[in-house]
Design a protein around this ligand. Sequence first.
Ligand code: 9MR
Length: 749
Amino acid sequence: MALSAGSAPAMGAVPDGQEELLVNGTFDTGSDPWWTNAGMTPDTATGELCVDVPDVANPWGAIIGQNDIALQPGSEYVLTFTARAARAVTIRPIVQPAEYAPGDPYLSSDAQLGTDPVTATYTFVTPDQELPVANQVQFQLGGEGAYEVCFDDISLVGPPYVHVPETGPSVKVNQLGYLPDGPKNATVVTEATTAQPWTLVSDSGWVLAGGDTAPQGVDPSSGEAVHTIDFSSYAGEAHGVRLTVGDETSHPFDIDAQLYQELRTDAMRFFYTNRSGTAIDGSIAGTEYARDAGHVGVLPNQGDNAVPCQEPKEWMDGWTCDYQLDVTGGWYDAGDHGKYVVNGGIATYQLLSTYERTLHADVVDPGALADSTLQVPERGNGVPDILDEARWNLEFLLKMQVPDGEPLADMVHHKVHDVEWTGLPLLPSEDPKPRALHRPSTAATLNLSAVAATGARLWEEIDPEFAGDLLHASRTAYAAAHEHPDLFAPRADGQDGGGAYADDEVQDEFYWAAAELFLTTGEARYERDLTANPLHKSDVFSEGFYWGSVAALGRMDLATVPSRLSDRHRVRRSVIEGADHLVALQADEAFGQTYTPADGRYPWGSNSSMLNNQVVIATAFDLTGNPAYARSVLEGFDYLLGRNVLGKSYVTGYGTDDARNQHSRWYARSLDPSLPNPPRGSVSGGPNSSIQDPISSAWLEGCLPQWCYVDDIRAWAVNEITINWNSALAWVASFVADVSARRALAEHC
Ligand code: 9MR
């Protein structure tokens, strides 16, 4: 550490290549984001920050500080401030990692203050090694008796942190591996303009296969010049093999017919540890995932047992309610503790659909989704475990319906969550915030109607009473939505304590609900409604489906679930045409992605956009038996499991370099070592061109789509886990596991 004290440069004179790293060091905008301890209340009325320091024993008993400062290793920084005190005192300016361990401040010094303002400057050099991502500036003020101190013009100038992602070998492969009879593709990032020789090498160094790369020019999703490698002709089983091009060698991978069997169950097990309203049993989930029940009314939780409606806001159009609902149970949505109907709905539906597919498709592994195939408490009850898991959230969704006799009866509350955002880490059982029910919406109501109708046909034989409850809820919700067709969840309702899940286009929800009710009941009125909906004949696949756009779900079920639909043949063709379009786009993607946005930007949760398109392509396989579709789905997995420009497997526990620091309040190991990482089989949302969170927006500015990602727990816009993304993973992994178990990939037909 080099240290010198001297006179200060004027505020704002920042040398080229350097930046002011503190926010609001002039206190022009109040005191945020400066913090204080010891109960000190900052006063910025005079344009300085003044505090009354109490009489505490230690210097660190009274501090003002600022967090979240990213510093570059081995670099020089200058800390400057002006301060005065009511009498002569000594204070301690410090710059150090936010998680302080004794001995490692970058700067720790003394400053003598008096009644006249003193300007002090300190120069220091950070250690030449990887630094913690979050650092802080603090002024220790205690140990001097009680006095008043005022600061102004606090500045930290130096090189801004430049995020250089670790991208691993330039030969990008599916780090889990490939199926012996499946497609085998890889991508090489290289400036070479001509084809290069590649070899496939065994773990003991034998050359198993070889050929030439195919130059592809600059790939728009990464901005990199790339070549592709097709080594599908190698059909042997092998473990720990690598692809080599010139001096570059890929991560190791396997060629194994069993590759996807575990991913199927891991992706589904994700839901158990996301359950609300029940203790998570370590003997079922694994000891590190054991935790107390969340939101059951045990302090400090307020509980979801009797949740009131949210406080009135101007955009609620006067809506309020005076009842309270028991909305315990369900799954937490994501890294937050909220429970949202439209997202919980599509996630539940995708688990139901994963199971329902196995009832109607030709290529399935019989029994793979039977009872006792997952680690869940209901294992052994005679009911397929995946249905037990889905029922956990279905029962919650039913509780969100407005009771009879109330205004908006049978509509469905859009969501329930904390009234304010909480910080990380925070176990569900430790969340102290009050919770509120949010205004019912047409989208949530129709979403429940569609999911409950789907459930009604699946439980018809397993539990007729539950099936009856589901169908009743579905019908009443459907009717209520027709009475209130434009009660939209407002965009403004996403500021405090939960996401908005805003959706003011609900023709697709009307279509989906009508389709599921028709498939379950066969009733002509629902068929009339769905065939009269303009979406019945329009392209519902090019844009992809997600929680806010669900017509494709109705269309695919109309194609695959048996019914007497009058134009069922045309509907089946429309799914195949939708898949053909996606497969054609994939053929032009040098990393094999199954998602090519028209505007070239990756959306929030792009990995789920990939997976949901794989669902469409897989459905075309189920409709036609053409292995080209199944091969396309498999190639889509290559991207998710490491064949991407970052060389990152986006599924925790799968591959050499896997995402494991996803944004979550309780799988928050990178913030608290006593907590676990997300469980194996958790998919990250992945690259998001809009980089809305503070970390990705600071580190990834100007990123091309594939680069808009960082495996940091604070990067909530690019690296979260959610139930609707894992449900997509579960669906596609289950499909691939079935197809590989049945060896249905041979390239013919
Ligand atoms: O997945 C949601 C994405 O489609 C939206 O664009 C985004 C902003 O509204 O919200 C995402 O959902 C988040 C939700 O609002 C709160 N829980 C975590 C969800 C995943 O990030």
